[in-house]
Design a protein around this ligand. Sequence first.
Ligand code: AMP
Ligand code: MG
Length: 360
Amino acid sequence: MNNKTLVFKIDESNFADTISKAADIIKQGGTVAFPTETVYGLGADALDPVAVRKIFEAKGRPADNPLIVHIASRDSLDIIAKDIPPIAFELMDAFWPGPLTLVLKRTSAVPDITTGGLDTVAVRMPDNPVALALIKVAGTPLAAPSANTSGRPSPTTAEHVISDLSGRIDAVIDGGAVEVGVESTVLDVTSDVPAILRPGGVSLEDIKKYVGEVVIGYTDQAVEEGDVVRSPGMKYTHYSPKTRVVLVEGDGMAVAAKISELIDNYSEKNMRVGLLITDETAEHVSADEMYSLGRRDKPEDAARNLFAGLRYLDERDVDISVSVSVNVNVIIVDGSIKCDGVGVAVLNRLRKAANELIEV
Ligand code: AMP
Ligand code: MG
């Protein structure tokens, strides 16, 4: 594949020139990673099957997992979607540009590879000046899944993209850290009752202001009944570090007590523990490596920190300064984050990343 990935650091002084260079790569059928408000996306011309194939190859993404098509203006809608219901336009008025993806009926202009062979297409208008300018200047809708290796935590900085995809994509535009930190909410509006297929940056509460009835069409992870639940979780794993992830969910004090007990148990086995932890729980426990999710009642901070935290803790594997391996053998995640608003998406991602879920 590509040997060298160009890195464009974008700022006000070079904005137009950088966008023009990146858009040229897209026009030539190449791949460019770029910031959106949710996570970094890996973009290619959504209408060019050869270009879209490069996205699947670079990410190692299964061919049946469809891509979201990003547009910069509603004028492009008719090219890719048809029979758009009135509720879709109301939702666009309310949430675009922004982290809401709408699943619509597709036109024949959208190649099969982009939609994973489905007769629908997922569409969104991102709320980021770099993303909007790139789409506009490229002059075509961009298929853009998250710019990570499939299965890894999503990228919220250009460094995350480079760490996963350097040498596998043509370029990345470095526009700094993203604002939201979790992916868009995916809402299917092709049936009578809209269905949320993925929780994300727009909350269920916000969608309900516009849609009378809505179906929850996703699952987090199989959870059995009982006080303490241990779920194997492997086959649901997603957004995953290489290191084992144990998620502890429940009331704040109970979570802190459980994490403290787990740290003791792991320490007895000489295992090094990394903690992805809320500020409140951090007052009660400590471990070899810690990364803050922010306050329990601020799920928007947890959204911004969660993927960077998983990646940070996953990388604490070798201490070069003393040239010995000091692996973090297990990452314990504090799941006491408030589960409303974007907190629903945060807990969804954490459950999918976890190898083991403990409810207290
Ligand atoms: P990503 O772009 O990596 O954040 O993933 C895109 C998400 O949108 C995945 O969960 C896809 O399964 C979903 N998606 C994309 N297109 C469709 C579609 N036509 N119907 C249903 N889900 C879709
Ligand atoms: Mg993804």
